[in-house]
Ligand binder design. Structure first.
Ligand code: NAP
Length: 545
């Protein structure tokens, strides 16, 4: 019999009813733990979070809440080994890949703990519970009457519905700005990997760091959660575009008007600049980054490079270099220390990734065929291990699926682009059309809006033009040149200082970006009034609630 993980509701641990869902080891198939959210008192969970838990958070100021985040990070640090063990067993990841999630979570919390301390003194409006948004603007000739904008924490709860691939970071990158804002959190992790999220919440709650009920967790089905969402609550969803489409039409958003942030799938690109030669170090950086993005977490990263565009004359040498580098990847049981890339998260994901490869077959050929690679220490009938496959799309102009289908695994497509001005299909009149990489930019845009595109070259001024051309359709543009070989943070790594999210198909959401993340958890209001009132907003001595 496997243990059932309790849910944390209104500060109390509760077991869900029914059979629940059993979480398993994606390499061995071993049953690990069971989760269920059936029969939980969700009304009580939301009422408690919006009421006493929120008030307890607001009793503290921004800087004090920032200090709490620092304490949370310390608690997580002290239990690291447990988290690596859970990630190994439930996500099938090698240690370095588990670190992306676990250390990424701690790093992000620590970053908000640091930057949150700046929200003190003049940075906070008089009530202690609002942030200024710009200065006072006069609305009268004699300046007696004016307007000041302020940001106040939304008087509701933040619900996170998360994806399976980042059970640690996915919680804390959102919880850090929410809690810093004074907004309580209810998290529903993806069922398949809920164990790590649940353990982290359990450790933080056991340490007594946060006010009771400020952090709740529901493991298992999301049923009933959105029905409880009210006008001032906020919901952050990370997952597939398909589920996002269903969520967007829920009455919580279309009737009650709650705020929804969506982070969905993305056909991210990497572009090698047109002036790069095969033996330039920028070319080597491009190759190394594609390999890294295909293999870190077995390609199960929303930011991973899915499409790589090279100037047509460089297609052959780049393909050779990628083939050689991918030959060094050892895929299999992450318990084997010679293994460099572990498993996909489940056999269902393994199946979906293989089906995705088949769907791309009409437009691509296999440069590296993962089906032929040896898998180390696993039962191929049972394990969700999948070696990397590199595809070649010879005609990205005509291709459709390559720009539309996200294979969520160790799969990327290499495609050549003709150097020179763009086709009539792109905006001929703009400076984009004059870029030598115009066709590559046009291909990147066919992803319909992506989280990130990276560009590689040695002429840093030229790269600025390329970055500007990509910006309007990408949430982040990552520029790599030989001068930053040792300092660049990686195409797929999401840094807390940089915005994460993307337009269009990527969901249209925005997360992180330093203190910009607090916007989602605050409401912007304009206060119009006498100059003295507007001044008092900034200087009133006593906290007003
Ligand atoms: P998913 O199937 O859409 O599930 C995401 C979350 O939604 C899970 O917690 C799931 O719960 C929940 N869910 C499913 N149906 C629901 C419904 N009808 N109402 C409310 N919640 C519902 O996505 P996934 O397979 O876990 O994640 C992989 C996808 O996420 C990839 O496409 C990837 O690109 C994307 N992703 C994006 C980002 C980003 O930041 N943009 C980050 C990571 C992943 P259950 O698990 O219980 O079904």
């Amino acid at each position: 019999m496997t243990d059932t993980l309790p849910n944390l509701i209104a500060g109390e641990w509760q077991l869900g009813g029914g059979d629940g869902t059993v979480l398993s080891d994606p390499v061995t198939g071993e049953a690990l733990v069971r989760v269920s959210s059936q029969g939980l008192d969700l009304d009580h969970a939301f009422d408690h979070a919006r009421g006493p838990a929120r008030m307890a958070l607001l009793e503290l100021g921004y800087a004090q809440r920032a200090a709490l985040l620092g304490e949370v990070a310390k608690v997580l640090q002290s239990h690291r080994d447990d988290y690596y063990e859970i990630a190994l067993r439930n996500s099938g990841t090698v240690r370095a890949d588990s670190a992306v999630d676990i250390e990424g979570a701690i790093f992000t919390l620590s970053a908000y703990a640091r930057s949150g301390t700046s929200l003190d003194g003049d940075a906070v409006l008089a009530t202690g519970q609002a942030l200024p948004d710009g200065a006072v603007d006069s609305l009268s000739r004699d300046a007696s009457f004016g307007v000041r904008h302020l940001l106040t924490p939304t008087p509701g709860v933040a619900l996170f519905i998360n994806a399976f691939n980042f059970p640690a970071w996915g919680l804390w990158e959102k919880a850090a700005p929410a809690l810093l804002s004074g907004v309580p959190v209810i998290v529903k992790p993806a069922t398949g990997t809920a164990w790590l999220t649940q353990r982290m919440v359990a450790d933080v709650v056991a340490a007594g760091v946060l006010p009771r009920g400020a952090l709740s967790i529901v493991c298992g089905s999301a049923e009933g959660l959105l029905d409880r969402i009210e006008a001032f609550d906020v919901v952050s969803f990370t997952g597939s575009a398909q589920t996002a489409t269903r969520l967007r039409t829920h009455p919580a958003f279309v009737v009650r008007g709650a705020r929804l942030n969506v982070e969905a799938d993305s056909l991210n690109s990497a572009i090698l600049a047109a002036d790069v030669k095969a033996d330039d170090s920028a070319c080597a950086q491009f190759v190394a980054e594609i390999v890294r993005e295909m293999t870190v977490k077995s390609g199960q990263k929303c930011t991973a490079i899915r499409r790589a565009f090279v100037p047509a004359p460089l297609l052959a040498p780049v393909a050779d270099a990628l083939r050689a580098a991918l030959a060094g990847v050892r895929c299999g049981d992450p318990r084997d220390t010679s293994v460099t890339m572990g498993s996909l998260v489940s056999r269902a994901q393994w199946q979906a990734a293989h089906e995705g490869l088949e769907m791309l077959a009409g437009e691509t050929e296999r440069l590296v065929d993962g089906r032929r690679a040896a898998l180390i220490g696993i039962d191929p009938e049972r394990a969700a291990c999948m070696a990397p496959s590199l595809l070649l799309c010879p005609d990205p102009e005509q291709a459709r699926r390559v720009h539309d289908l996200e294979v969520f695994g160790p799969v990327a497509t290499l495609a050549p682009y003709e150097v020179g001005s763009a086709s009539a299909a792109t905006d001929r009149a703009s400076s984009l059309a004059r870029l030598p990489e115009a066709r590559a930019v046009a291909y990147a845009r066919r992803g319909g809006g992506s989280l990130v595109a990276s560009v590689y070259g040695s002429d840093e001024t030229r790269l600025a033009h390329l970055a500007a051309a990509l910006a309007s359709t990408h949430g982040r543009v990552h520029v790599v040149s030989p001068s930053v070989a040792k300092t660049q943070t990686g195409h797929g790594n999401v840094m807390p200082q940089a915005m994460h999210g993307g337009p269009g198909r990527a969901g249209g959401g925005e997360e992180l970006g330093g203190l910009r993340a607090l916007n989602f958890y605050h409401r912007r209001s304009a206060v119009q009034g006498p100059a003295a009132t507007l001044a008092a907003l900034a200087v009133a001595p006593e906290p007003l609630r």
